[in-house]
Write a protein that binds this ligand. Structure first.
Ligand SMILES: Cc1cc2nc3c(=O)[nH]c(=O)nc-3n(C[C@H](O)[C@H](O)[C@H](O)COP(=O)(O)O)c2cc1C
Length: 340
C-alpha cells in the first residue's frame, strides 16, 4: 500500500495518477509485475513492448490489468511497431502510449479517438516543438544521461530548453534520475514528473537476470558509459548507455583502427533458453541479460544511466517509491531551509 502523500502536477492530473513519475517502458524488462507494481505505488506503470506478435503485446496489457486497476501505459517505438500494433494497443483503451524514435503525428489522432494520451520522447528543443505542434499530450525530454537507447544532450541543459519549446505541453524528464533528489531537480527545471529506468531494473519485479541487477548495485556512476558497441546489427546507429563491462574494456584495449563491430565474426557469449528452443546470443547483441539467459552474462550489454550511482540495492517497487518520495520531500525541505 502506498503511504506517501500525493503530489499534484499537470502530469498527475492529466493521467490520473497520484505521484509524478513513471517507470520507463523498457523492452522486455518492464513486464506486467513491474508496471502493475509501479501503478499500485502511485506512479504510471509502463510496459515495454518487445517485438512480439500483437496478441502477446495485448496479453501483456491484459495481465497488467489483472494486477492493477490504475492507469497504465505502453512504450511504442515508431520505427519498429507498425500501424497494426499501434491500433491494437490503442484499442485496449490503455491510459497512454509512450512513443519515440519517429514522427508521432500519424498516431495522435487515432490515440485521441481511443481516449489514449500520447507521451512523446524528444532529444532536442526542435523535436519538442514539432511534437507539440503534432498535438501530443506530454513531451518526454530524454537526456544523454539515460540508460538504454539514450538521448543526445545532457539533461541539465536539455530539459529547460525543451520546457521552453514545448508551447505549454507538459514535459517529463528521463535520464539519470535514480532518487528523490533527481525527481525534485527535474521538477525544479520545469518538468511535471520524471521517468526512471535503471532504478527500476534493480527492483524485485523487473524481468532481468539477477546478474544484471547485481551488476547495477555494484556499479558507480563512472561505470555508465555512452557506446555504440551494442545492438548495431539490430538497431543501426542508435547510441546506448551501458555499464563498462569486459566486452567494452576489451574493445577499448584494442589498438586503433579497430575492426567495426558489424565486420566481426559472430561470437556466442550466452544462450537464451526459450520454450521454443535455445537461442544463441552473440557478443554486442541488443538485449541485456534476461532471467532465462546463461553464459557470460557480464559480457552482454547491461544498460544503465548515470543514475546507477544511486542504485544501492535490489528492492521491491513499493519500497523504491516510498524512498523516492521521501527523498524528494527531504530535498524540498532542505531547499526551503535555505531561505532562513
Ligand atoms: C534496460 C533498459 C531498457 C530500455 N528500453 C527502452 C525501450 O525499449 N524503449 C524506450 O523508449 N526506452 C528504453 N529505455 C530508455 C528509458 O526509456 C529511459 O529514457 C531511461 O531509462 C532513463 O534513464 P535512467 O535509466 O537513468 O533512469 C531503456 C532503458 C533501460 C535502462
Amino acid at each position: 500500500m502506498n503511504t506517501v502523500s500525493p503530489l499534484k502536477t499537470r502530469f498527475t492530473s492529466l493521467i490520473g495518477v497520484e505521484l509524478p513519475f513513471a517507470n520507463a517502458g523498457m523492452g522486455p524488462f518492464a513486464r506486467a509485475p513491474l508496471a502493475a507494481a509501479v501503478s499500485n505505488a502511485g506512479g504510471l506503470g509502463t510496459l515495454g513492448a518487445p517485438q512480439w506478435p500483437i496478441e502477446e503485446l495485448v496479453g501483456l496489457i491484459d495481465e497488467t490489468r489483472s494486477l492493477t486497476d490504475r492507469p497504465i501505459a505502453m512504450n511504442i517505438i515508431c520505427e519498429f511497431h507498425g500501424p497494426d500494433v499501434i491500433e491494437a494497443v490503442i484499442a485496449t483503451g490503455i491510459a497512454a502510449i509512450a512513443t519515440g524514435w519517429g514522427d508521432p503525428a500519424p498516431i495522435v489522432e487515432a490515440a485521441h479517438g481511443g481516449g489514449v494520451k500520447v507521451m512523446h520522447r524528444c532529444v532536442s528543443a526542435d523535436e519538442a516543438a514539432d511534437a507539440a505542434a503534432a498535438g501530443v499530450d506530454l513531451i518526454i525530454a530524454q537526456g544523454r544521461d539515460a540508460g538504454g537507447h539514450t538521448g543526445e544532450l545532457p539533461g541539465m541543459g536539455l530539459l529547460p530548453a525543451v520546457v521552453d519549446a514545448a508551447a505549454g505541453v507538459p514535459v517529463l524528464y528521463a535520464g539519470g534520475v535514480g532518487d528523490g533528489r533527481g525527481l525534485l531537480a527535474a521538477l525544479a527545471l520545469g518538468a511535471e514528473g520524471a521517468i526512471l529506468g535503471t532504478r527500476f531494473v534493480a527492483s524485485e519485479e523487473a524481468y532481468a537476470n539477477d546478474a544484471y541487477k547485481t551488476g547495477l548495485v555494484k556499479a558507480t556512476e563512472t561505470d555508465s558509459v555512452d557506446t555504440y558497441l551494442y545492438g548495431q546489427r539490430e538497431w543501426p546507429g542508435a547510441p546506448t548507455r551501458a555499464l563498462r563491462n569486459s566486452t567494452l574494456r576489451a574493445y577499448e584495449a584494442e589498438a586503433e583502427p579497430r575492426t567495426p563491430v558489424l565486420d566481426r565474426p559472430l561470437e556466442v557469449v550466452a544462450t537464451r533458453h526459450l520454450p521454443g528452443g535455445d537461442v544463441e546470443i552473440p557478443r554486442y547483441y541488443l538485449d541485456a541479460p534476461l532471467p532465462e539467459d546463461e553464459g557470460d552474462l557480464e559480457g552482454m550489454a547491461m544498460y544503465a544511466g548515470t543514475s546507477v550511482g544511486t542504485v544501492k540495492d535490489i528492492a521491491p517497487v513499493a519500497v523504491i517509491v516510498e524512498r523516492l518520495m521521501r527523498e524528494a520531500d527531504d530535498a524540498w525541505l532542505r531547499l526551503a531551509g535555505l531561505r532562513g
